[in-house]
Ligand binder design. Structure first.
Ligand code: FPP
Length: 251
């Protein structure tokens, strides 16, 4: 049982035939989880990485096709060097382990964000894991790394502007699909469900363009305590919603 968490009601039943195709998670609350235990923040990130493994595996087992996590934002460089280095170390460790498991599980691994400020060794590992998983047909895991939603949209706008000034495109003819095609997420359907644990009610620059019509699930549970039962609660909440995309559903 999770320490310091309020007792939770039993997880509701999930209709496995109506799962979201794409689930995205802001893995928040690692620092508070560690602080409550008198541990360094880095211990919270290590516990958060373990939760990532548990929940990614659960998503794969139940048949979710796309799982995207916010691992490090363009703003997270402001954290103490020791904490940044611990997060990069955990990613390094995860990618090394993933190489062994990806083939067995046919997992596709992609990275969304500008990887160039990362250590050359980590960049190489990201490229290598991405290359190995090309052509696999299992769940796709997208790790947002040095990622920011505004940065992503700005880069896409710059690329379109360059194409227009080179005479390759006409600004009046550009549509939403043209901008989507220049995002890190190109070829991936928009998230259906975005989960933010830890009690914060913010979007924090995560998938700003892609989550225009996503359903949000907020919970006070801290990410290291986020369990399969909590995932079921998020999925059941998603299934209880009526997605109208600005239209009406006749209720
Ligand atoms: C936010 O919690 C968490 C992060 C900025 C880092 C998340 C990174 C990992 C879990 C590392 C490994 C990732 C993978 C994919 C293996 P916070 O530190 O802001 O928590 P707080 O709000 O309680 O301080």
């Amino acid at each position: 049982m999770a320490l310091f968490s309020p007792r939770r009601a039993p997880a509701p039943a999930v209709d496995m035939s109506r799962l979201p195709r794409h689930v995205a998670v802001i893995m928040d609350g690692n620092g508070r989880w560690a602080k409550r235990r008198g541990l360094p923040r880095t211990a919270g990130h290590a516990a958060g990485a373990e939760t990532f493994r548990t929940i990614a595996t659960y998503c794969r087992d139940i048949g979710i096709k796309y799982f995207t996590v916010y691992a490090f934002s363009t703003e997270n460089w402001k954290r103490p060097a020791e904490e940044v280095s611990a997060i990069m170390g955990l990613l390094n460790q995860y990618l090394r382990e993933a190489i062994e498991k990806m083939e067995r599980d046919r997992i596709r691994l992609h990275f969304w964000g500008d990887l160039t400020p990362l250590a050359p060794e980590l960049q190489a590992l990201c490229r290598e894991t991405g290359r190995i998983s090309e052509g696999y047909d299992g769940m796709e895991v997208n790790v947002c790394l040095n990622y920011g939603g505004r940065d992503e949209i700005l880069r896409a706008a710059r690329a379109l502007a360059a194409e227009c000034s080179a005479g390759l495109r006409c600004p009046e003819e550009l549509g939403e699909a043209d901008l989507s095609a220049h995002l890190w997420s190109r070829d991936v359907p928009d998230p259906d469900l975005v989960i933010r644990p830890s009690g914060e009610l913010r979007v924090s620059n995560f998938l700003l363009w892609q989550s225009a019509y996503a359903e949000y699930y907020f919970t006070d549970v801290l990410w290291p305590d986020f369990s399969k039962a909590e995932m079921d609660r998020a999925l059941a909440a998603y299934q209880s919603r009526s997605r109208r995309y600005g239209g009406v559903d006749g209720r």
